[in-house]
Design a protein around this ligand. Sequence first.
Ligand code: SF4
Ligand code: SF4
Length: 92
Amino acid sequence: MRVDKTVENAHECQCLNCPSYTKTCKIKNNMHTPLDVAERIDNDEHWELLFCAMDKSNCIHENRGCKCMDCPVHKKYALNNEDYCLHTGGVY
Ligand code: SF4
Ligand code: SF4
């Protein structure tokens, strides 16, 4: 099922709590809270969040763990994969 790019889903996304999402990436993308992305919801095609709903990250390149399996969005859309930031569409 395709994941919707919504503010609600951005709030529920666990990526900002994930060790793979480095502090450097957060600073570089001005991505400190889900609210930051919510403010840009209509303007940006690609968010550095909610990677299961879009392409992989432009900034995260190393797997240091993944929170997708604990994420409400993952359950809501019955997703099977993880590591969506590293691989578009995620990996099983
Ligand atoms: S499944 Fe992963 S990428 Fe998708 S919203 Fe949850 S934490 Fe973010
Ligand atoms: S997709 Fe998974 S590995 Fe990547 S930042 Fe989100 S929770 Fe972490």
